[in-house]
Design a protein around this ligand. Structure first.
Ligand code: SF4
Ligand code: SF4
Length: 376
C-alpha cells in the first residue's frame, strides 16, 4: 500500500521546493485580478490562503474565509488545459534566404517538465479526456504530447464545491481516485493539516522528503467525512440517464430557440471548459513577404468561421451553434471518445455572461421531450 503521511500546512513549501529542485516548472492556484487562477508558484505562500469563491450563473467573486485554508475554493476561470494545450502556439516560421528560396523552421517543442499543484478530481478527468483526444488516437499532437509527458500531478480532494459544480452527477468527483502522483486532503477539523498519499513511485519519492507523521485512523476518517460532505454540497445536479439519445431525439426541440434568444455566442463557455479542444490556424506575414509564421489558436463552436465550408458557415445561427456545443459535449462525444465531454466543473455556467446553465438546459429538454415549436 502507498504511504500515507500527515503534514502541517507549512510543509507545502517543502513540496514546492522538492519539485523545483527536480527541474519542474511548478504551477498552482493563486489570487490575481479578483479571481483564483493557475500560474507559476514561487512558494506555497502564493496559494490562495484564506480565500474562497462564490459562484452562480454568470457570477463569480472572492471572499475571505474564516480560516487559512489553502484549497478552500471550487475552481476558477483557468483550467490546466492552458498549459497542456495553450491558447496560442506557434507551429512554424519561414523566411526567405538570400536567393529567395523559403526556409521553414518547425517550432521547437517546449519540454520543460510541468508540475501542477491543486488538481481537482474533475480536472484529472478532464486531463484524461484531453489525453484521449490529443494522444490517444491515430494522430498524436506533438505539442500536447511534449507538455503532457512527465507532468507531475498533485491532486487535491475538493472540500469546498461551488454553487455551479455537479461533478457528483457526472461521476468525476469530488474524491480523487486515480491519475495522480500525490493526492492531498486538506483537513480543517481541529488541527489544520494535510493528509498526503502517493499514487506513483515518483510521488513516493517526493513524499519521503516531506517531514510528517504516519496517518492514523482518525485522519482517514476525517478525509472520508470531508469528501462525503463535499459530495452532499454540490450546487447543481444533472440527470445523465439516456442523455446521448435524449439529445439526439430532440434536435428540433423549441428549447434551442429559447436558449438562442439568450446566448450571445461569445464562446466563453468553451474557453473556460477544461475539455474543449477545437483550434484553428492563422498565418501571419510581414509586409515585405520575407517572414511568415503559422500559429495554432483556440477556436470553438460559437465562431461563425469555424464551420465555414465552401462559401458559407454550416452553423450560421446561434441556435445551431449552441446545439452543436451541447449535443457534442453531452452526446456525440460518447461516439467519438467513449465518454462524456463534460466533467461537471460548472465553469461554463459561472463564466457565461448571461448565466446560461447547461444543467438547466438539459432538464428543460428532458421535462418537455418531443415538444415542437408552434406553427408561425
Ligand atoms: S461543459 Fe461546462 S461543466 Fe462541463 S466540463 Fe465544460 S465547463 Fe465544465
Ligand atoms: S452559452 Fe453563454 S458563454 Fe456560451 S456562447 Fe452563449 S452567452 Fe457565451
Amino acid at each position: 500500500m502507498s504511504q500515507r503521511v500527515v503534514v502541517e500546512p507549512r510543509i507545502l513549501d517543502r513540496l514546492v521546493e522538492a519539485l523545483r529542485v527536480r527541474g519542474y516548472r511548478v504551477l498552482g492556484p493563486t489570487v490575481r485580478d479578483g479571481a483564483i487562477v493557475y500560474d507559476d508558484l514561487e512558494s506555497a505562500g502564493d496559494l490562495p490562503i484564506g480565500w474562497t469563491d462564490r459562484q452562480d450563473g454568470g457570477s463569480y467573486r472572492l471572499e475571505r474565509r474564516a480560516d487559512d485554508a489553502r484549497f478552500g475554493y471550487a475552481v476558477g476561470p483557468h483550467s490546466w488545459k492552458r498549459f497542456l494545450f495553450p491558447p496560442r502556439v506557434r507551429l512554424w516560421r519561414a523566411s526567405r534566404n538570400g536567393d529567395g528560396a523559403p526556409a521553414v523552421e518547425e517550432e521547437p517543442l517546449d519540454e520543460t517538465p510541468l508540475a501542477f499543484i491543486g488538481v481537482r478530481s474533475c480536472e484529472l478527468h478532464a486531463i484524461e479526456i484531453q489525453d484521449r483526444v490529443f494522444v490517444g488516437g491515430t494522430y498524436v499532437d506533438r505539442d500536447y504530447a511534449a507538455r503532457r509527458e512527465g507532468a507531475f500531478l498533485v491532486a487535491v480532494n475538493c472540500h469546498e464545491p461551488g454553487d455551479t459544480c455537479f461533478c457528483t452527477s457526472m461521476g468525476t468527483g469530488p474524491e480523487v481516485r486515480s491519475g495522480y502522483d500525490l493526492a492531498l486532503t486538506e483537513l480543517l477539523d481541529g488541527e489544520h493539516r494535510f493528509l498526503v498519499e502517493a499514487g506513483t513511485d515518483r510521488g513516493e519519492e517526493v513524499l519521503a522528503e516531506l517531514a510528517g507523521r504516519a496517518a492514523v485512523d482518525a485522519d482517514l476518517a476525517a478525509k472520508a467525512a470531508s469528501v462525503e460532505a463535499a459530495a452532499g454540497r454540490m450546487g447543481r445536479t444533472m440527470e445523465t440517464f439516456d442523455i446521448r439519445d435524449l439529445l439526439a431525439r430532440n434536435l428540433e426541440h423549441p428549447r434551442w430557440d429559447d436558449v438562442a434568444r439568450r446566448c450571445l455566442t461569445c464562446g466563453n463557455c468553451t474557453l473556460v471548459c477544461p475539455t474543449c479542444f477545437c483550434s484553428a490556424v492563422e498565418d501571419e506575414t510581414d509586409l515585405s513577404g520575407a517572414e511568415a509564421e503559422r500559429w495554432r489558436v483556440w477556436d470553438n463552436c460559437f465562431s461563425v468561421d469555424y464551420s465555414y465550408i465552401h462559401g458559407g458557415s454550416v452553423r450560421p445561427s446561434g441556435r445551431s451553434r449552441y446545439r452543436q456545443w451541447m449535443t457534442h459535449k453531452l452526446g456525440t462525444w460518447f461516439d467519438q471518445f467513449g465518454s462524456s465531454g463534460c466533467v461537471g466543473c460548472g465553469r461554463c455556467i459561472t463564466w457565461c455572461p448571461v448565466g446560461i446553465d447547461i444543467t438547466e438546459e438539459v432538464a428543460a429538454i428532458r421535462a418537455t421531450e418531443g415538444a415542437r415549436a408552434p406553427l408561425a
